[in-house]
Write a protein of this length. Structure first.
Length: 166
């Protein structure tokens, strides 16, 4: 079975901040929303999409790394329809949980508590946790060495998601 993940959920009218589905909303944040947070979004949707709505964003939007798409396809999860987004694009969504997946995002990407009534375009979350994963895009060497780094991080994220969300 192949799970296809697309950006349609971001474009649906009335999907921002509303509890239409009864599912908990989870946001994964990293530096450029190109690899770690994209893989986490795809994994959560594929593994537990019946209970969670997965989103991802970054301090800045760049592009989804094709190596992340490739290693996710190996698991039967197609994230090629996802796009890189800045955290500000999701500023009007209230998340049940926001997860920073790198230290830079933890320090530089603000997530406002829902307890704070601040005029901010930053995403708001009821709970924020930090779980740092190495940046697979920093791997150098042959294409196979780089893909090995992406697979390792993908598998670490998958293991953490299973532990945290099952």
């Amino acid at each position: 079975m192949v799970y296809t993940v697309s950006d349609d959920v971001y474009l649906e009218e009335g999907n921002r901040g509303e509890e239409k589905t009864g599912k908990k909303k989870v946001l994964f944040l990293c530096t450029s929303n190109s690899a770690r947070s994209q893989m986490a979004e795809g994994l959560l949707r594929a593994l537990y999409g019946d209970r969670y709505e997965a989103y991802s964003a970054g301090i800045e939007a760049t592009a989804v790394d094709p190596r992340a798409v490739s290693v996710m396809t190996e698991l039967g999860i197609d994230i090629s329809g996802q796009r890189s987004k800045s955290a500000e694009e999701l500023g009007d969504v209230v998340f049940d949980l926001a997860v920073t997946v790198c230290d830079r995002a933890k320090e530089a990407c603000p997530v406002c508590s829902t307890d704070l009534d601040l005029p901010s375009r930053a995403p708001k979350a009821r709970e924020v946790v930090h779980k740092c994963f190495d940046d697979p895009a920093s791997a150098s060497g042959t294409e196979e060495v780089q893909l090995r780094a992406f697979r390792q991080v993908r598998d670490e994220i998958k293991e953490w998601i299973i532990e945290r969300f099952r």
